[in-house]
Design a protein around this ligand. Structure first.
Ligand code: SAH
Ligand code: SF4
Ligand code: F3S
Length: 477
């Protein structure tokens, strides 16, 4: 391939938001791709958030429709896809290490096709780097180009040339794309794509494009199908689920969607992620009134200091977050709460960090996902002055994690000797005689019992409480 014989993605293009309405189109697989995968195998590695998990299921669905079959050994695969995450530097380095290691497989099997997908594929510098230094990669396709996978595989097979297809903006929502779900009892359901919040540290609005909601009928139909197939849980996905419907221009919002999804009688409904900004009373009512909406809310705070929050462009102050949090706690008794926190945001002072610790003390979260700030090129915060050294940031993370663990443990104490309902995921990763699953409050439970199947909801008596999980034994009642 000639140098730069491909179109690079552009952060500048990805930054733009147009008022144009988004079309919904229906996918169909061109017949010429249908037998391309005959006698061939694929292997998918997924990094990042639930949006990526769900995208990998779509990639698997497309490959299955083309006749490929999945394998769980990379060395047996004819097609390997790495679905990447760009949210922090660490995630990116891991992927590049993986791509490097795949070179060996390509030497053994020159017909192997290696693909890079997901959020890293949306980054100009990453695409350049891969095209120049990682020549074992055959296809790079972006988050808006998943349905092009059959076409790209076909082209690489026929032309033997490397292919890059990454759109920086998305103009449509594609429905009826095949998907092979990785679980048979819990399902991810996209309700919206993209993000328009532009928090100054975050790459997601650039890698996922503009906020766009799926038609409510498509979402409800998907959940109804899942109920028919025996699914026990759906997780409604979006970067800011509370903003659902705002782009559709009618009054139907996330609260209405929650009420309608609840009517499908799916036993468990979860949603991710709710941004504090758009959380309104109607949503609280919907959550309160539907017993199949699970008593667990993830409400990212990011920082407990109003000045840092302002520089993060989070659109709320410490006081406003507390006002919402306290209301949720009061209105939704028995609910579990978790959050996301970034330490070491550019020039975060000691006092600002102390405010984050005191916010954790105020909220007494059941769990928190904590991160050291990672500079993302192209985002506003990448240009902010930062005089805080890495060691200080690491110490802060350590102190924060200790406090988070303290409250997680404190919250879990109430489960000692209690009987909880657990949706069974399967055998525990650590111990093969032990099953694992989650309570309605999203507490991980490892437990013993007989004749247990994935997808059953069983009663478990808690015998031991840990900070981030519970141990127990199944009881028959
Ligand atoms: N849409 C979700 C978050 C998606 S990213 C929300 O707004 O809550 C998941 C988490 O990664 C974020 O909540 C944030 O805590 C963290 N994160 C995002 N960008 C980051 C960065 N540049 N450095 C460190 N953590 C980051
Ligand atoms: Fe990133 Fe903020 Fe959007 Fe969440 S709301 S995806 S943190 S920009
Ligand atoms: Fe990562 Fe992209 Fe999700 S950056 S967190 S995979 S939206």
């Amino acid at each position: 391939m000639k140098k730069n014989d491909y179109i690079l993605p552009s952060i500048n293009d990805a930054r733009r938001r147009s008022k144009d309405s988004v079309d919904t189109v229906t996918f169909s697989l061109d017949e010429k791709y249908i037998n391309l995968g005959k006698d061939k195998k694929y292997f998918i590695i997924t990094h990042g958030c639930q949006a990526n998990q769900r995208d990998s299921e779509t990639m698997a669905g497309l490959l299955d429709a083309m006749g490929y079959i999945s394998t769980d050994e990379d060395k047996k695969a004819d097609v390997i896809i790495i679905n990447t995450c760009a949210v922090r530097q660490g995630a990116e380095e891991k992927v590049l290490g993986e791509v490097g290691a795949l070179k060996r497989l390509k030497t053994n099997n020159p017909d192997l096709i290696i693909c890079i997908a997901g959020c890293m594929a949306q980054e100009e510098d990453t695409v350049k780097l891969i095209m120049e230094k990682y020549r074992q990669v055959d296809i790079i396709f972006g988050t808006h180009n998943i349905t092009s996978l059959p076409k790209l595989l076909y082209e690489v097979n026929t032309t033997k040339q490397r292919k890059v297809e990454v759109f920086s903006k998305m103009g449509e929502i594609v429905e009826s794309v095949p998907a092979t779900r990785f679980m048979s009892h819990k399902a991810w359901v996209n309700i919206m794509y993209g993000c328009d919040k532009f928090c100054t540290y975050c790459i997601v609005p650039y890698t996922r494009g503009k906020e766009r909601s799926r038609d409510k009928n498509d979402i409800i139909f998907e959940v109804e199908q899942l109920v028919k197939q025996g699914y026990k849980e759906v997780c409604l996905l979006g970067q800011n689920v509370n903003a659902y419907g705002k782009d559709l221009g009618d009054d139907y919002g996330f609260a209405d969607l929650l009420n309608d999804v609840a009517k499908t009688s799916i036993p468990r409904i979860r949603f991710m992620t709710s941004h504090p900004w758009d959380f309104n009373d109607k949503m609280i009512e919907a959550i309160k009134n539907n017993k199949n909406i699970m008593p667990y809310i993830h409400l990212p705070i990011q920082s407990g200091n109003s000045e840092v929050l302002r520089r993060m462009n989070r659109r709320y102050t410490r006081e406003e977050y507390f006002e919402l949090f306290d209301k949720l706690k009061k209105e939704l008794p028995g609910f579990a709460f978790s959050t996301d926190i970034i330490v070491g945001f550019p020039n975060e002072s000691d006092e600002a960090f102390e405010d984050t610790l005191s916010a954790v003390k105020h909220c007494e979260y059941d769990n928190a996902f904590t991160f050291i700030y990672s500079k993302r090129s192209g985002t506003p915060a990448a240009n902010f002055e930062d005089t805080i050294d890495q060691k200080t940031k690491e110490e802060r993370l350590q102190r924060l994690n200790e406090l988070v663990a303290y409250y997680a443990n404190k919250n879990n104490q109430k489960y000692q000797d209690q009987i909880v309902e657990v949706l069974v995921d399967g055998l525990s990763k650590r111990n093969s005689n032990v099953y694992s699953g989650y309570t309605p409050e999203n507490k991980l439970v490892n437990f013993t019992g007989d004749n247990i199947e994935v997808g059953q909801i069983v009663k478990v008596k808690i015998t031991k409480v840990l900070s981030f999980s519970l141990n127990g034994e199944m009881v028959k009642v």
